[in-house]
Design a binder for this molecule. Structure first.
Ligand SMILES: Cc1ncc(COP(=O)(O)O)c(C=O)c1O
Length: 393
């Protein structure tokens, strides 16, 4: 059975060009880039090239890029560094829809004597800018707001938010794990001080990430050890991962146009097709300010997990908007923050596309999905099949 992979916000396939580029670094080119000998030095040169490729994609200079192991490490490093840089400030500002890499850390820090404000979003997942601005105080050490939401794809106006922070002398970090490679980013023209990205979300391998730290920003190493990354992150480099991330960033720059045309068209074809074929379905989030590859759709009166299981039988991979918390299926914190009604939030599915998807794949999903939802709704006590209307449950 063919796999139809529509879960690219969870992880992506390694691009064939990336795979080819990194293979030698698992075999004959195993030198340590810090070594004095030329055998290691040649790896060091490739790492310099990767740093340039990454910097070029986000409008940074190469020495503003620090390699990490993943997006989560980048987020943790940025936030913890800011707290160390401003020890007298005890306030953290994030939003209610951040990824756990920020949200769980911030909640943990709130148990360690920090004060946390999570700015709210409206029912389209848009940041409440007024409430955000009001939350900034002289005590705020760091703002961390995601560039694009992993579940809905909704894009936050991070540049505007960063300017508000800068005016008050507050460091601004953005978790751009879902944004990098999908939409254009040019940090030179922003007030963003730190930005996180992750390799496996843009067709590089898993286990590699990067943190952008603007020149002049006070920064404390999260991993203290050797002199790697100019003392900003100890540990022998994940050479293959770094080189792969560099190549993936180079490819992302070339494919940006494709992401925003063909991938977006496929996403819209899928979204509009599902909405028109399946009653009581709706899109979660602002459809205008959104990543080109993502759609979160709720199918009322069905369970997201049940939909995923039936889709899996056809080889279709997607995600649901629920999380298994303490034994009960809770709608995700993102959909709850947006006030998506319970009966809708439970049946939400995220489809996230990539340049490797085709029209045939989308049409296959459009063919299978109505039957899947119909089958599940027949089992639902709240769904009146004859009249295709819902009873309120
Ligand atoms: C918005 C966002 N931030 C952070 C992460 C964590 O990235 P990683 O899996 O590389 O740790 C993810 C992964 O899903 C994400 O979507």
């Amino acid at each position: 059975m063919k796999t139809i992979y529509l879960d690219n916000n969870a992880t992506t396939r390694v691009a064939p060009q990336v795979f080819e580029e990194i293979l030698p670094y698992f075999s004959e080119l195993y030198g340590n880039p810090s070594s004095m000998h030329s055998f290691g030095g040649q790896v060091g040169r490739k790492i310099r090239q990767a740093r340039e490729q990454i910097a070029s994609l986000i409008g940074a200079s190469p020495d503003e890029v620090i390699f990490t192991s993943c997006g989560t490490e980048s987020d943790n490093a940025a936030i913890r560094s800011a707290l160390l840089a401003y020890p007298d400030r005890r306030h953290i500002v994030t939003s209610r829809v951040e990824h756990p890499a920020v949200r769980s850390l911030a909640s943990f820090l709130a148990t360690q004597g920090y004060r946390l404000t999570e700015a709210p979003v409206d029912n389209l997942g848009r940041l409440d800018m007024k409430r955000y601005e009001q939350s900034l105080t002289a005590d705020t050490a760091i703002v961390s707001l995601m560039w694009a939401n992993n579940e809905t794809g909704v894009i936050f106006p991070v540049q505007e938010a960063a300017e508000m922070a800068r005016k008050r002398g507050i460091l601004f970090h953005t978790d751009a794990v879902q944004a990098v490679g999908k939409i254009p980013i040019d940090l030179r023209r922003t007030a963003i001080d730190m930005l996180s990205l992750s390799g496996h979300k843009l067709h590089a391998p898993k286990g590699i990430g990067a943190l952008y730290v603007r020149k002049g920003t006070k920064f404390s190493s999260f991993l203290i050890g050797g002199h790697q990354e100019k003392g900003r992150r100890g540990g022998t480099e994940n050479t293959a991962g770094i080189i792969g991330l560099g190549k993936a960033c180079e490819l992302a720059a070339q494919h940006m146009e494709l992401e925003n045309t063909r991938v977006k068209e496929l996403r819209d074809r899928l979204e509009n097709g599902l909405l028109s074929r399946i009653p009581n379905s709706r899109v979660n989030g602002d459809r205008t300010h959104r990543l080109p590859n993502t759609t979160s759709i709720s199918f009322e009166f069905v369970e997201g997990e049940a939909i995923l299981l039936l889709l899996d039988e056809f080889g279709i991979c997607a995600s649901s908007g629920s999380a298994c918390t303490s034994g009960s299926l809770q709608p995700s914190h993102v959909l709850r923050a947006m006030g998506v009604p319970f009966t809708m939030a439970h049946g939400s599915i995220r489809f996230s596309l990539s340049i490797y998807n085709s029209e045939e794949e989308i049409d296959f999903v459009l063919e299978k999905m109505p039957g899947v939802i119909e089958k599940l709704r027949k089992l639902s006590p709240y769904w009146n099949v004859d009249e295709t209307v819902c009873a309120t449950g």
